[in-house]
Design a protein around this ligand. Sequence first.
Ligand code: BDR
Ligand code: CA
Length: 318
Amino acid sequence: MRKVIFDTDPGVDDAMALCLLARSRQLELLGVSTVHGNADIDTVTRNALFLKDRFGFAAPVAQGSGVTLTDKQGQPAPHVHGQNGLGDIVVPDHPDAVLDGRRGHRMMIDLIRENPHEVTIIAVGPLTNLARALDKDPEIARLAQGVVVMGGAFGSHGHTGNVSPVAEANIANDPEAADTVFTASWPVTVIGLDVTQQVVMDGAYLERLRRDGGEDGRFLHEVSRGYHAFHQRSRRLDGIFAHDSLAVVYALRPDLFTLRRGPVRVVCGGLAAGQTIQKPKDSPFPLGAWDAHSAQAVAVDVDAEAVLAFFAGSFVGR
Ligand code: BDR
Ligand code: CA
């Protein structure tokens, strides 16, 4: 079993991804750290505790950063994820699960040090906690097995951004943190809009999860209803982008993705803030801001049908 830390801002698609992860027999969930993003830090942390009760996993939940690396407020998205971050389904104010006493980045450091070379961080929110952990203990870049990030957009299939023409939400919510994480010397795989917007769970698919997916399938359908309505309103799409679930699917089925290697930088500030740019390995450009940094893997293609079948297969007919 691969050991995993899940760093998250739940978030409807975060909840769906965590459900898949909690059910997995191949991934062992060591800890969940929360981060500002889809809603404020108190709300997303309450949601993570609720999901711990709901999915029944044992791993600790620790509250992470409520502001960006440069101490700014992020941009919550109530129009996408509901006022309560979980599509406005009923969530108790005080879940039974108890919060871990450590800060999110501190728990991350502890878990990586306790399990050297064994831990993969799956990060599906702004990357503030990971950047803080690297700042406090740079050695973790050598001690973690790797990082899988849902975030960014590199232009494959015409996908360039979802909060600006050039920026994706998780990266735009803390560009400095993302640049720190992508340029650190640990292996990062970036699962951006290039692939997540290729995978649409349509109305019939979500209905099938409700009908045939047992209690968790009913939950996925219920939590995604408002998110589905948002996609219908804003894009006339009868369905939802699977975003965060794809980072978990990648950890389980990397063979379903095509990767391109090369250093990745993030535009910090100005009109294009949050834009992610890769310099593909062996590209002809002269030396520049990319070259001193590790080559990272960016997902540029995905077998969407196979991802959808794999995800559904984890709920239906088990
Ligand atoms: C990402 O932004 C958040 O709204 C989602 O949870 C996902 O992590 C998609 O751009
Ligand atoms: Ca998220």
